[in-house]
Design a protein around this ligand. Sequence first.
Ligand SMILES: *Cc1c(COP(=O)(O)O)cnc(C)c1O
Length: 360
Amino acid sequence: MTTVVDLRSDTVTRPTPGMREAIANAEVGDDVMGDDPTVQRLESLTAEVLGKEAALFMPSGSMTNQIAVRIHCKPGDEFLCEAGCHIYNYEQGAFAQLSGVVARTIEGNNGVLQPEQLHGMIRAENEHLVRTRLVCLENTHNRGGGRVQPYEQVAGICEWAHDGGLKTHLDGARLFNAVAATGIAADQWSKHFDTVSVCFSKGLGAPVGSALAGPADMIREARRHRKCFGGAMRQVGIIAAGALYAMQHHRERLTEDHANAQILADAVRATDGIRLLTPEVDTNIVFIEVDPALGTAAEFVTGLQQEGVLALAITPTRVRAVTHLDVDESAMRRAAEVISLVAERLASGVKPEVDGVVAY
Ligand SMILES: *Cc1c(COP(=O)(O)O)cnc(C)c1O
């Protein structure tokens, strides 16, 4: 088989030589005792970039999100979120399992919510009802196809939430993609939120880690919960060094991933039988809708795989392809050719055999 172009996710990147060197040379200490200088550097840079008082390093974005829910809500409280968001769909309902909190979902337009959709959703103080405490937004929106939330709408939703006494949390796993796509600085996005979570292991290309940023008192509270959730780590500067390197060197280059996504988008537009889910691709995620006349998304993905291109079938008709640090322009052009080739092959009736279980 030819070289693999892996577009399954922006989490598949391997550390670059420069990042490995930073990891090898990391100064470390016991971070549970507050002794790891590399973690402290990462946390203070993250807080500074996000315009928050403090930030806390954690092993995953699921943990930063779930600890945010935990510090903003008590058992029996609810939060409002978009129906396709990661916190609700891809974290096992951990807010219910670990924190006794319920979610109330609102259907957006490919992940984008309008402020008016939330109006009237704060429950009255009444002993029958859960208490509405928090709004969570996601930017960029993963299941929305990497869409950037329109800035004015984000500001409007957060203003409405704060006026109603709610807290706000941003799942900014790909916030730096939104920054690269819009030119609106990270601290401008995050100033509307009480807490913000960012991932270093997505487009930024670090092997591990996320951070939660916010006011110092909330982050102190988050630190307690991180211990409780089992996320306090010792000489963790070893992995924080990769995240720090990513923050210093890989934010600006996200525009390259976005340009590569446009190469893919153009190929999809030019090919019969497949189309883009949204007219425009905002960032590094491309959703391809496969016409059932061609075959299933799983057949499409299997066809791609036979040609050395990996993508994910995320519904029976939808394929997700994500660009990242390990896919350069020439690999991207190859992947774009393969996508057209596979569509033509399926259209001519040659169906690959789908191996294994397809999970959505
Ligand atoms: C990846 C991701 C997360 C966090 O995922 P982990 O694998 O737990 O680090 C959170 N939100 C969104 C939108 C994501 O894409």
